[in-house]
Design a protein around this ligand. Structure first.
Ligand code: ZN
Length: 202
């Protein structure tokens, strides 16, 4: 296959490749990337395709980011959408071996959801500002400071590379859990009934 070098989209990768709780791989640490091979580039394309396919099926949500573990590859890669407000902008930025170099600002609670935790949202405390270091898809070092929603996304995604799901941060807080309704609104969950004793989540 001489001319098969262009795999911007691997259309075989869909939302069905995204793993969800209670899959135990979501609570495992991912491995560092050594050399950025064609396989790694394929994996990145797969992550982007799966995120966009998931978004196409969700009326009220945007697929803002994904970690490789979410398509069942325990490798430290995160992709983040360049534009959260315009679903038509389907470009991503790639972060390989991402780390939080420094937490700054203060802890702030806000709503968070996850492609691997269906319909459940939570009010999660996160730092308002973080310094991130990573490599780009060519192996070049990236250093950036993220604030607000973007800072939250990096903390959420880098948690994934360490086997942590957002609900793990709020598991003892009965007031932190919500469900996304068909109308796009978030409704508080019954903690005892729907959260604490839910074997899908823990
Ligand atoms: Zn997530």
């Amino acid at each position: 296959m001489a001319d098969s070098k262009v795999y911007f989209f691997d259309m075989s990768m869909t939302k069905d490749n995204i793993i969800t709780l209670p899959n135990t791989h979501l609570r495992e640490r991912s491995k560092k990337v050594g050399i950025i091979t064609d396989q790694i580039r394929d994996l990145i394309a797969d992550m982007e395709a799966a995120t966009l396919d998931w978004e196409a099926s969700r009326e009220h949500e945007v697929g803002v980011a994904l970690a490789a573990v979410q398509i069942d590859q325990l490798i430290r890669i995160v992709v983040v959408r360049n534009n959260f407000d315009d679903k038509k902008d389907t470009s991503f930025q790639v972060f390989i071996n991402p780390e939080i170099a420094k937490y700054e600002g203060e802890l702030e609670e806000d709503f968070e959801g996850c492609l691997s935790v269906k319909d459940i949202y939570g009010k999660v405390p996160r730092y308002t500002k973080v310094r991130v270091k990573a490599l780009d898809e060519n192996g070049k070092p990236i250093r950036l400071t993220a604030e607000g929603f973007l800072a939250r996304i990096f903390q959420h995604e880098i948690d994934h590379t360490n086997g942590i799901v957002f609900i793990d941060h709020i598991k003892d807080n009965p007031k932190a859990f919500y469900r996304l309704g068909d109308d796009g609104h978030l409704n508080p969950l019954d903690y005892e009934k729907d959260v604490a004793n839910n074997s899908i989540l823990w």
